[in-house]
Design a protein around this ligand. Structure first.
Ligand code: IMP
Length: 430
């Protein structure tokens, strides 16, 4: 049962999409298992940029069936816009399969995401305001509407009426907003059915059929380990489980269906939104600015500037554990090329002088830790033309070896630029 998971080991934006794209070539199915259009994957094929939010990256290969699993939350208008964009670029999207059990992002979810963030003021989470949290909250409350509800207008209306009464009460009485109109929502959502209906499927069955037939199934994580609802830097997290374990619930497979887990590590760290970040190079730091500029560290969808920092091996080691990573893949190594020296955080020092080799569970401790760095020399030259590990300068190889040692699992891929062909396959993975 050859299932492979690709998961981010940091706070997202590690560049997972390029490895999904790379491995999709050998896969039959590429499955999204959580998140929604808060994610953004950028893939560059022959100089053409594809910015994907909901549709799995595998869509760009004709032989791949892209699957949106039950654990994903779907804004149907966004999905249709993305399909239109892909079709306009000549990509056939008819193979996409959409789980009937996936939950729908409704207009009140987006509205509530916006107003609650405003209400939280300085304590805001810095969400993407796409309605992700409120949709997962309704799923847990058992008042969510699912993709399959679109197939029966009467049921859709009944469920909507039930939930909208409460939502409108909250919107009007707590947040002083205008109530939303059920007729309008019904008309908008049901009008999208003809476009979506051919895509709706029993995706759990589909995934198992592929696994049983010995086909490669690639599970594509969105966001990342430290945005995980249970294991991330709560409350500054997303509302789903991006960790590899999330595949089991979000795609409907057991743990034994997963053979390989690739933890994607950016050669430095970034995070968007609020929350602790021990290795952050705070505003105005010249190295931080260089990372943002060279790494184009602005959100694919939201355009927000990402907070930059050094690589944090304490977090990486913990991510390897949480995800059972069988290997790691490093991205954006080329971004470090102009830096004279590189720092890697190998431990934390707490406020009490205590040394932490692991991520402390207590929020108050984590918020105050100071990183303990090891400094390595930079390589002072561009590496974006490297195709084999031997093409990399010795300092770059040393940096990679150091990271691999700290992670405790083999490093199988390294990316040195945004294009498909700027991937160095490490000798063991070849
Ligand atoms: P939400 O997922 O929109 O609820 O946002 C919760 C937190 O997750 C915020 O800090 C967001 O910036 C962050 N987040 C959500 N999606 C992504 C992503 O794809 N990359 C990086 N950060 C993300």
């Amino acid at each position: 049962m050859p299932g492979t998971v690709i998961v981010g080991t940091q706070w997202g934006d590690e560049g997972k999409g390029r490895f999904v794209d790379y491995l999709a070539e050998q896969s039959s199915l590429v499955v999204r298992y959580q998140g929604g259009h808060n994610a953004g994957h950028t893939i560059v094929v022959d100089g053409e940029v594809f910015a994907l939010q909901l549709v799995p990256s595998g869509v760009l290969y004709r032989h791949v069936t892209p699957v949106i699993g039950n654990g994903v939350v779907v804004d149907p208008a966004v999905l249709i816009a993305e399909l239109d964009m892909l079709e306009a670029k000549g990509v056939d999207t008819s193979r996409l399969r959409l789980s009937g059990n996936a939950h729908l992002i409704m207009p009140y979810h987006t509205e509530l995401d916006r107003v609650t963030e405003r209400y939280l003021g300085q304590n805001k989470l810095g969400t993407t305001k796409r309605g992700i949290g409120p949709t997962y909250a309704d799923k847990a409350l058992r008042v969510g509407l699912r993709v399959q509800d679109l197939l029966d207008a009467k049921i859709f209306r009944q469920k909507l009426d039930l939930v909208l009464r409460e939502k409108n009460g909250v919107l009007a009485k707590v947040y002083n907003r205008l109530p939303l109109d059920a007729d309008e929502i019904c008309a908008t959502y049901l009008a999208m059915l003809p476009r979506l209906e051919p895509l709706i499927d029993d995706t759990v069955h589909l995934v198992h059929e592929a696994l049983d037939a010995g086909q490669e199934v690639l599970f594509e994580g969105a966001q990342a380990t430290y945005l995980d609802l249970d294991h991330g830097t709560y409350p500054f997290v997303t509302s789903s489980n991006p960790i590899a374990g999330g595949v089991c619930t979000g795609a409907g497979v057991g743990p034994r269906a997963i053979e390989r887990v690739i933890g994607v590590v950016k050669a430095y760290t970034t995070r968007v939104g609020s929350g602790p970040f021990p290795t952050e190079l705070a505003d105005g730091d010249a190295t931080g600015e260089a990372l943002v500029e060279r790494g184009h560290e602005f959100g694919t969808n939201t355009g927000r500037r990402r907070r930059p920092g050094w690589l944090d091996a304490v977090m990486l080691r913990h991510a390897v554990r949480l995800n059972s990573c069988s290997e790691i893949a490093v991205t954006k190594l080329d971004v470090l090329s102009t830096l004279p020296e590189l720092k890697v955080c190998v431990a934390y020092e707490g406020d009490d002088g205590k040394r932490y080799e692991h991520v402390p569970y207590h929020q108050s401790v984590l918020h105050k830790v100071r990183p303990v760095y090891e400094t390595l020399p930079g390589w002072g030259g561009e590496i974006d033309g490297a195709t084999r590990v031997e093409d990399l300068p010795p300092e770059a190889r040393d940096y990679l070896r150091f990271v691999e040692e700290l992670a405790g699992v083999p490093m199988t891929f390294v990316s040195v630029g945004p294009s498909r062909d700027q991937t160095v396959v490490m000798p063991r993975a070849a």
